[in-house]
Design a protein around this ligand. Structure first.
Ligand SMILES: Cc1ncc(COP(=O)(O)O)c(C=O)c1O
Length: 445
């Protein structure tokens, strides 16, 4: 892949060689060009895709923001997806995390797991498929990692009457088998991708390749707030409903939270909840990415350890080697197993507005068990990464503010798709003595 003529570093940027000439100073400077977040973002793509991206940029500005489109989408989100999703207090989990209440006063869960199809991905997929119909596109393609975006796109296409093809890394096809079946039941074609690490990055490469050859008739429904301009903005605006609803519900109760926490793959659920709180300077924003087997081993901690580079059409933080070759990411959760991240997160990290932490596979598994046993909610493995860092975040924020804090966590999805992984990790085994339950029961009134 090259890039559009309007962008810098034409010759340096391509999809397998991620390095662009840049320094950290450059990465933190503000950039007013459309499609950029500070020094990140842009549109580094093959010439063939530029007209389609320009059409989509115009549609994002003119159509998506129009009151007619918003009314139609809101009705679908209400009547079909089940929005607004609940905001649940998690009192038992709060006491497991902080038994004496020294750091954590309140814990609120924004329940995207209760959306139709079981994750936040449907908010974006319905918006984009509706847009594709308005643009007169005849078919939709998508990439998927955990399968949740594939299921969401297949669902939206079935509901709105468009054919759908989903590209999925062959490894993810194996580890997310229930979602493959769901997509097929919904009438989508699932195309396994055998190249590279056989995961999300390779699925996105293949989807982009297919798009190049069918660009006039096909809409590419990108599943995260990543990719070339306008996708990071379009997806963020379509996911912003998560943060808007959560903020309104908390303000009705009296105050915004002290901090907002979400897991980060490409970054769509996180940016969806962050955007509503960006102007609340006192609200801290935390993203949690996948540290996999540890930060010195195999991981997907792009913001923590990546460098500035180009992947899948945008300049952002990328995992790459000294020659600029994209490294394989690793996470036990297919949806976080990606060596890139949306450019708005790279900018929020560079400006210091958001903080990014990383949780290991083992920490995520432990957190998933804790949430299941204390709250009766089986969360997705991706989501479990956010929960794994709640102790650390509560302690940090309480120390900074000198009082116990309230946290809002985005429950990006439910764990049905991860049952086999949970079982393989021994989570289903009945514990002789359940430390989570006994800690809660001792504390509970
Ligand atoms: C339940 C769930 N949460 C989070 C993610 C990560 O994606 P994003 O960072 O775009 O929210 C995925 C990706 O598939 C997912 O399925």
């Amino acid at each position: 892949m090259g890039e559009s003529a309007s962008e810098p570093n034409v010759s340096e940027a391509n999809e397998s060689t991620g390095r662009v000439d840049s320094t950290n100073d450059e990465a933190t400077s503000a950039d007013p060009r459309p499609g950029y977040f500070g020094a990140f973002g842009g549109r580094f793509v093959a010439e063939t895709l530029v007209p389609a991206l320009e059409e989509l940029t115009r549609a994002t500005h003119d159509l998506v923001s129009s009151s007619d489109f918003q009314a139609e989408l809101s009705a679908l989100l209400r009547d079909y997806v089940g929005r607004p999703t609940p905001l649940s207090p998690a009192r038992r989990l709060a006491r497991v995390i902080d038994p004496r209440g020294c750091h954590l006063s309140e814990l609120w869960l924004k329940r995207e797991d209760l959306c139709h199809t079981g994750a936040h991905k449907i908010n974006n997929a319905l918006g984009q498929v509706l847009l594709a119909k308005k643009l007169g596109k005849q078919r939709v393609i998508a990439e998927t990692g955990a399968g949740q975006h594939g299921v969401a796109t297949a669902t939206a296409c079935a509901a709105l009457g468009l054919p759908c093809e989903v590209f999925m890394g062959a490894l993810d096809v194996e580890r997310q088998a229930p979602n493959v079946l769901r997509m097929q039941l919904l009438g989508a074609t699932v195309t396994p991708v055998e190249s590279g690490s056989r995961t999300l990055k390779d699925a996105m490469n293949e989807a982009l390749r297919r798009w190049v050859t069918h660009v006039r008739t096909t809409h590419y429904c990108v599943g995260s707030a990543a990719g070339p301009h306008p996708y990071p903005s379009l997806v963020a605006e379509l996911q912003r409903v998560i943060g808007d609803e959560a903020r309104a519900a908390l303000m009705e109760r009296g105050a915004p939270p002290d901090a907002v926490v979400a897991c980060i793959g490409g970054g769509s659920n996180a940016i969806g909840v962050f955007r509503a709180f960006l102007d609340d300077a006192e609200v801290a924003l935390y993203g949690v990415e996948a540290a996999g087997e540890g930060l010195t081993a195999r991981h997907a901690a792009t913001l923590t350890l990546g460098q500035v580079g180009v992947l899948h059409g945008a300049r952002s933080k990328v995992l790459m080697d000294a020659d600029g070759q994209i490294l394989e990411a690793h996470s036990i959760s297919a949806g976080l197993d990606y060596p890139g991240v949306g450019p708005e997160h790279a900018a929020l990290q560079a400006s210091g507005r958001a903080t990014y932490l990383a949780a290991t596979d083992a920490e995520a598994l432990a957190a998933a068990l804790e949430v299941a046993r204390s709250e009766g909610i089986i969360i997705a493995l991706e989501t479990a990464h956010a929960f794994a860092k709640l102790r650390e975040i509560a302690a940090r924020e309480a120390a900074r503010r000198g009082r116990p804090v309230s946290l809002l966590v985005c429950v990006s999805g439910r764990g049905d798709k991860d049952l086999v992984t949970y079982q393989a990790a021994g989570l289903g085994a009945p514990p002789r003595e359940d430390p989570v339950r006994s800690a809660v029961d001792q504390e509970a009134p």
